[in-house]
Design a protein around this ligand. Structure first.
Ligand code: B3K
Ligand code: ZN
Length: 881
């Protein structure tokens, strides 16, 4: 583990390296505690350099065993080798030479899970962002592209399977029961895409023939006995390969494509060239162990990593500031893929919910940063919702501005112009400027300026003139180190909805501001005039969530109700419902704090009932519309002086109100949704299950609710229904005999399946109320828990701190104290996971003063701990700043 050096990396300091490494030949002699790595690097001095400069290679915790230049040992005086660097003071003056180094590493004791490590006796690697330097000395930066040949030697018994990037070229036996395999990757790649896997694993195989006829052997490797759980992932992979050819003209470029599932992994998955490594959570699934959400995630992440082959691998990033170049774009691509495979409207609503839940609080708090940051201390802390999700929204806005065809032309030009390069955001924006002839300089601020813009909109309708006037004003709130903001170019899609529910025709006075149903907001204030508007319309704004902004619209409640029933845009219709629910919850919260009982309008209860029963709407949509804004959503809307207990009470009151208003309707619908057909993970079937489970949650609040949830649990034939009913029992009826029995039955049935036990941990860690701290503390001693496995930590500690508002934010601060103590324990082994968990405290300043003081104490406890890792130090310092 590297402790913090306080070094800050700045975008403006970027300089190309003096040296290149066109060829890399690696030999690994694998042994759990003493793996030998021999690296033979062809080093080239940049042609334009006149003088010879020292060559400094990155390392991280390395010990040098041997060093040679052009076949000759290097004298001690000619180099300095430390754990973090190898410097050749005076490398050969010639243009090209060969450097050989030998290092020895200890995969078995690598608990940070970066570099080469062991997961359940399988050797595997994770090199992004800076893990390669934990394997060998290298120019470990993404603009150094190298062609790799990798020879792996291991005991055949310990590791019958030897994999690396590219194509397999040779394998054979060695003395003493050892064997070897050689892999060659012809595509030059940065070191962060290097991968190696060795061990004893099961496999499923398939083939894919690409559009130009290349026959690709596909393999998914999993723990023996779990092969049948990888079928869905394989199917998703083949669909992804076809989709990328059809939609983007991107064809696969090697003879093999392998995926390996491992159980100890810091994040979701990794796009190493030709050898993706996955958290097994995103590969393994069947109906008994995976929920519909798991299936959807597997499909999306398999696609995401595969799509990186072009957006990330063939065209990579010049430096880590450009991370969104590959991540934002690839998220955009996986979103589009899922939208095509499932329901586009439902998918869009889910995306926006995620963006608001994860990215908005980041943008509104102390960790705010632009989609392309300009500074970092620890790059691993910048794999954020801003870089990924907002980065994807920026790409989506480019398509909205240019139209689908010109957008595709821009992507084609991007692939043509930059294939084989390490590119920048400027390169990316330029291709779209070139194909469209538009000036995108103001738009590019989306990459460079942090903060969620706000649009305030008011309207006036002149019935005599048939003119509608909109007054639109934009503002961007200040964020850390950016107090003054520039004006953004915001594409605001809209519709003017008439009494019959259809969009009204209009004429816009200014064609440059209004174009194809989109208002281009560029100035601080816009007055937009529409003539020929035959009646006063309801305003449908930010359709499809065309821009990641917050909206304050002066709109009559009647219009909101109207849009909630009639807007033709699925997202905006959902948004209208959500706004009504959110407004009601905020009003109830305020009454709660003022010691008054909430009072909800009958109309709101009626709206929920009519949505539930509307067979013209997809069940998945109805499930989303009926899901109340989360406690965190409400807290974010309120913004300050947050009391999570009052929010919880308001939300419970609304849920009970909706349930009792619609008891008969919900019961009848719940009964009619029971599906006796064989299980299918498709979107339509999943939608019906989702709706039925939302109804169960409502009904569980009424008389007889605990019995119906217990029946649902007993009758469940798939994990979606089982986990949903266990959640209802544990959350709505904690301590009831039915809840206790279900918790015990679940654990008895799935004790030996860690991924399913993660759900069991999650469900219990999120039971609302002050007892959660003790529950979580006790669960940490459960035999299924492991403090070294990231999935277990996220399920228990992550769910508690990010998914349990009343438990974590317990008024006496016990939640924060337990959290600080636990994060400090975790960071000794795995700084990356600890730092990620620690972001749960980022919104501490929006709490009411008592909790704020206690959260601050916990942050200070962490800040005052000596020798913190760079990862945790960076998060804590910025959170407190
Ligand atoms: N590129 C990886 C993320 C690596 C995270 C390093 N801390 C997965 C992905 O986004 O596809
Ligand atoms: Zn990615």
């Amino acid at each position: 583990m590297r402790t913090d050096t306080g070094q800050v990396f700045k975008l403006e300091d970027y300089r190309p390296s003096d040296y290149l490494i066109p060829q890399t030949r690696l030999t690994f002699r694998l042994s759990p505690e003493a793996t030998v790595v021999v690296a033979e690097l062809t080093i080239e001095r940049r042609a334009e350099l006149k003088t010879v400069t020292p060559l400094a290679l990155d390392g991280d915790g390395l010990t040098l065993q041997r060093i040679e230049v052009d076949g000759k040992a290097v004298p001690l005086s000619a180099y300095v080798a430390g754990p973090d660097q190898l410097v050749l003071n005076a490398p050969p003056a010639k243009a090209k030479f060969t450097l050989v180094t030998e290092t020895r590493i200890d995969p078995a004791h690598n608990e940070a899970l970066m570099g080469l490590y062991r997961s359940s006796n399988v050797y595997c690697t994770q090199c992004e962002a800076e893990g390669f330097r934990r394997i060998t000395y290298f120019l470990d930066r993404p603009d150094i592209l190298s062609v790799y040949t990798v020879r792996i030697e291991a005991s055949r018994q310990e590791a019958p399977l030897l994999l690396s990037n590219g194509n397999p070229v040779k394998s054979g036996n060695l003395a003493d029961g050892w064997h070897y395999a050689v892999w060659e990757d012809p595509h030059p790649k940065p070191s962060y895409l290097f991968a190696l896997v060795a061990g004893d694993l099961g496999k499923i195989e398939d083939r894919f023939v690409t559009m130009s006829g290349r026959d690709v052997a596909l393999g998914i490797y999993v723990e023996h006995g779990k092969e049948r759980l990888a079928g869905y992932a394989m199917d998703a992979l083949k669909r992804s390969m076809k989709w990328d050819e059809d939609l983007f003209g991107c064809e696969y470029d090697l003879d093999v494509f392998n995926i390996v599932a491992v159980s100890d992994f810091n994040m979701g998955a990794m796009e190493n060239k030709g050898l993706n490594i996955f958290n097994d959570k995103y590969v393994l699934a069947d109906e008994e162990t995976a929920t519909d959400a798991d299936f959807a995630n597997i499909e999306a992440i398999i696609a995401h990593e595969y799509f990186h082959n072009w957006t990330g691998n063939r065209i990579t990033c010049r430096d880590w500031f450009q991370l969104c170049l590959k991540e934002g774009l690839t998220v955009y691509r996986d979103h589009e893929f899922s939208a095509d495979q499932r329901s586009r409207g439902v998918k869009r609503i889910a995306e926006v919910r995620t963006l608001r839940a994860l990215q908005f609080p980041e943008d509104q708090g102390p960790l705010a940063h632009p989609v392309r940051p300009r500074r970092y201390r620890e790059i691993n802390n910048f794999y954020t919702a801003t870089v990924y999700e907002k980065g994807s929204e920026v790409v989506r806005m480019i398509r909205t501005l240019l139209g689908a065809e010109t957008f595709r032309a821009g992507m084609d030009l991007y692939f043509l112009r930059h294939d084989g390069q390490a590119a920048t955001i400027e390169d990316f924006v330029q291709v779209f400027a070139d194909v469209s002839g538009r000036d995108l300089s103001q738009f590019a601020l989306w990459y460079n300026q942090a903060g969620t813009p706000n649009l305030t909109v008011s309207s006036h309708y002149d019935a005599g003139e048939k003119v509608l006037t909109l007054e639109i004003e934009q503002s961007v709130p200040p964020t850390p180190s950016e107090s003054r903001k520039r004006l953004m170019h915001i594409p605001l899609a809209f519709g003017l909805v008439g009494k019959d529910g259809k969009d009204l025709p209009y004429k816009a006075a200014d064609g440059a501001t209004v174009e194809n149903g989109v208002i281009h907001v560029r100035k601080r204030r816009h007055t937009v005039r529409f003539s020929g508007v035959t009646e006063r319309p309801a305003l449908s704004l930010n359709r499809g969530f065309s821009a990641p902004v917050t909206l304050s619209v002066a709109q009559k409640t009647d219009d909101q109700f109207f849009l909630a029933a009639h807007d033709k845009d699925a997202f905006s219709r959902w948004q209208a419902v959500n706004t009504l629910l959110s407004d009601a919850l905020i009003a109830a919260f305020r009454r709660q704090r003022g010691g008054k009982k909430p009072d909800f309008t009958a109309r709101l209860g009626e709206l929920a009932g009519s949505i539930a029963a509307n067979d013209d709407l997809e069940p998945a949509y109805r499930a989303l519309a009926l899901t109340l804004p989360s406690e965190a959503d409400i807290a974010r809307e309120i913004g300050k002086d947050i009391d999570p207990d009052a929010i919880f009470a308001a939300r419970e009151a609304l849920a009970t109100f909706v349930a009792s208003t619609n008891k008969q309707r919900f019961e009848a619908l719940y009964a009619s949704l029971l599906d006796n057909r064989p299980f299918s993970p498709d979107a339509a079937s999943a939608g019906r299950r989702a709706l039925r489970n939302v109804l169960l949650d409502y009904l569980s609040r009424l008389n007889g609710g605990v019995e119906s949830a217990a029946r649902h649990f007993k009758a469940a034939t798939n994990m979606t229904d089982l986990a949903a009913s266990l959640t209802v029992l544990a959350h709505r009826h904690p301590g009831s005999p039915q809840a206790d029995a279900a918790i015990a039955a679940f654990a008895a049935k799935f004790a030996s399946d860690p991924l399913v036990m993660d759900k069991w941990f999650q469900i219990q860690a999120s039971v609302p109320g002050p007892q959660a701290v003790e529950t979580v503390r006790a669960l940490m001693t459960h035999p299924a828990f492991s403090s070294t496995n990231p999935n277990r930590l996220r399920s228990l500690i992550g769910t508690f701190s990010s998914g349990n508002q009343t438990g974590f934010h317990r008024a006496d601060g016990a939640g924060y104290r337990f959290f600080a103590e636990t994060v400090l324990e975790i960071e000794k082994r795995n700084p990356q996971v600890a730092a990620r968990l620690a972001t749960a405290l980022r919104s501490w300043r929006s709490l009411e003063t008592g909790r704020q003081a206690k959260a601050r104490e916990a942050l200070l406890t962490m800040a005052n701990t000596p020798n913190l890792s760079a990862d945790l130090r960076d998060i804590i310092d910025r959170t407190l700043a």
